[in-house]
Design a protein around this ligand. Structure first.
Ligand code: ADP
Ligand code: MG
Length: 369
């Protein structure tokens, strides 16, 4: 199975906006790679350069050893699914899915066979005669998916395909798309601003930020070893303590927080740095346990989430942290208003250069372009 894709130093500038800034990415055949980033970070522009809807200013895009940039869009043999379905409204399901086959000169009998198989794969066998308006949003997106895979492309690109659907349907279609891509062995480049979706679906995630890829790796690697404060803030929940690194401590507000100096050797002294601690790595103990209990705080919220408890704790300097632990664990008897100490193993404090940006790091629903 083919479908190996390489982007090499690809850039695109619109007017004065550097939409995509020298990105490089190698995707192996059959891999599921997600481009994750906030609105405006360059994800759609990157996909459009792969499809050929947008020409890069510089760089190379190579699919199975072939340079794509010289090839017209319709000759690239790439499947594409958009957020807004993009079905032809006056054509029924069969005619919609037949479209790419007709364009390739495939005869009627073979078209029938392939359309039937594609519809079975997306769970819509028997829907051939329906018009798009006679289908729900989820069904329309399944048709768009069938149309994108029916000509057996080695590469499938999906731009926020589930963005318009409700959460339950999204969760189900996530699983179906993953299974389908594995069944077909097709390479998938999937775009989303939803980090949970990216974590759930991908072999690897490329985190986009201002037109650049900030980090590429498997979900667990991004979560456990984020390469930057931006990645730490965008992928998963986190608590951040910013300050100045000084020998073995980070001076942050009233505190001197110990850091693992072996891991921060590359960071100079007196540099701005941030300690990132994931909520499940925070230890929360009743203040009465003793002086060693850590940063002093008061529990402001204790939220029961079934398997876990979530705590919001206001520290003595007014900052708030989130902790998460198994419901029923020793600490889960802690309640709102309790005085507690918050601490973590030094090894669980990820030390990164710089500080979080002041602007919101969260992705916004993406209506672009
Ligand atoms: P994303 O898909 O991550 O939300 P886009 O690739 O759509 O990001 O956009 C990246 C940047 O390029 C944004 O600043 C956006 O406003 C700009 N941009 C995208 N398309 C165009 C266009 N056709 N003309 C001008 N600017 C554009
Ligand atoms: Mg987009």
């Amino acid at each position: 199975m083919s479908g190996a894709l390489s982007l090499r130093e690809v850039s695109k500038t619109y007017d004065r906006v550097r939409a995509v800034d020298r990105i490089s990415l190698d995707v192996v055949a059959g891999e599921f790679v997600t481009l994750l980033g906030p609105s405006g970070s360059g994800k759609t522009t990157t996909l459009q350069m792969i499809t050929g809807f947008v020409d890069p200013d510089e760089g190379q895009i190579i699919l199975d050893g072939r340079e794509l940039t010289a090839l017209a869009s319709h000759r690239r043999n790439i499947g594409m699914v958009f957020q807004n379905y993009a079905l032809f409204p006056h054509m029924n399901v069969e005619q919609n899915i037949a479209f790419p086959l007709e364009a390739r000169g495939i005869d009627r009998a073979e078209r029938r066979r392939r359309i039937g198989r594609a519809l079975d794969l997306v769970g819509l066998g028997g829907f051939e005669r329906r018009l798009p308006r006679q289908l729900s949003g989820g069904q329309q997106q399944r048709v768009a998916l069938a149309r994108a895979i029916v000509f057996q492309p080695p590469l499938l690109l999906m731009d926020e395909p589930l963005g318009a659907l409700d959460k339950k349907l999204r969760d189900r279609l996530q699983l179906e798309i993953m299974e389908l891509s594995r069944t077909l062995g097709v390479t998938v480049i999937y775009v989303t601003h939803d980090q949970e979706e990216a974590l759930a679906m991908s072999n690897r995630i490329a985190v986009f930020h201002r037109g650049r890829i900030e980090q590429v790796g498997p979900p667990a690697e991004l979560y456990e070893r984020p390469a930057s404060v931006f990645v730490a803030g965008f992928v998963g929940d986190s608590n951040m303590f910013t300050g100045t690194l000084d020998a073995e401590v980070l001076r942050s507000g009233p505190w001197q927080l110990r850091v693992d100096r072996a891991k921060t050797a590359c960071l100079g002294h007196a540099t701005a740095a941030t300690i990132v601690v994931r909520p499940e790595r925070l230890r929360v103990e009743p203040a009465s346990v003793g002086d060693e209990a850590g940063l002093a705080g008061i529990v402001r919220q204790a939220i029961y989430l079934g398997a876990t408890m979530k705590y919001v704790i206001e520290l003595s300097d007014g900052r708030r942290v989130n902790a998460r632990m198994h419901a029923g664990s020793q600490s889960s008897s802690i309640g709102v208003g309790d005085a507690v100490g918050v601490s973590w193993d030094i090894a669980d404090g990820i030390v990164l250069p710089g500080e979080p940006e002041q602007t919101s790091l969260a992705g916004e629903p993406d209506g672009s372009p």
